[in-house]
Design a protein around this ligand. Sequence first.
Ligand SMILES: [Zn+2]
Length: 334
Amino acid sequence: MSSTPQAPWIAQQLQHLLAQRGHAWLLQGPSGLGQYELALAMASAWLCESPSTQGACGQCPSCHAIAVRTHADLAVLMPETQMLALGWPLTEKAQAEIDDKKRKPSKDIRVEAMREVVEFAQRTDARGRGKVVLVYPAERMNAISANALLKTLEEPPGDVRFVLATEAAHQLLPTIRSRCQSHTMAWPDTHAALAWLAGQGMDDAAAQALLRSAGGRPSDALRQTDSGQHPAWWAALPKAMQQGDAAHLADLTPAQAIDALQKLCHDLMLRQAGAEPRFFMASQLPACGASVMALTDWFKRLMQAARTAEHPFNAGLMLEALANDAQQVLLARG
Ligand SMILES: [Zn+2]
């Protein structure tokens, strides 16, 4: 199916969910816990020609069609940037618009894509196992798309099932939440997460450091290595920021840089409160006299920056401004 073997905690949740009834599920929880992986595993099991209580067989024509991203009875509704990142094909029309530079891939779930899904839900299934609509991240629907989906959820044409995955359930319409059965993603225990990361080819020390920097979320830890955030880089981040070294952020997108700085800010707040830091080792944090108030203000500025980080005027300038701001806070004498 997918090249990454299924993590044991995803497999457990899958078994639990498949044993229950329900035509619309909402998988919710913070990022990095594997919502997407679980949603896709559910969709695969529902469409599989010889599923077991463990999930899809991985061998049948239906499983094969999902593996190569061309299953006629599976509609995947995602922002186009996400579809491209996860290897799902766009519609011919959308791909042509992007190829012709008429527009950039969307970062939200487009209303046009939702309309196609509503039509898909009305059609007869092609393979006789019903149809599935997978929506991820569901909070990326705007009000129009969400209402269009809501209508289909309220009056499902019969043989269609839904699995919505979200990292921000509070941003969904309450009516959508109430139409779905909800599942809260389980946190894997550290031992299982480390074993899984080792299975992805990561050595022990790296796995431990990355799991820590990802706040215990294994999928995020794996994503961090993919974006060049290695343990040594992470360990050096706090002091680099205190020295105003913007180049340390150079390989990151503004959104990744903001996420990293929020973790640093969070740990400095914990230290102020006399608690153990969560994302960094205590020895990696620089001496810094910033008050709780100054740290809180910094956190607010980072949250504000996060709102524009996906459409930065100039990514390089934004990274420099972020590093500059961090340095001001970290040099405070209290
Ligand atoms: Zn199968």
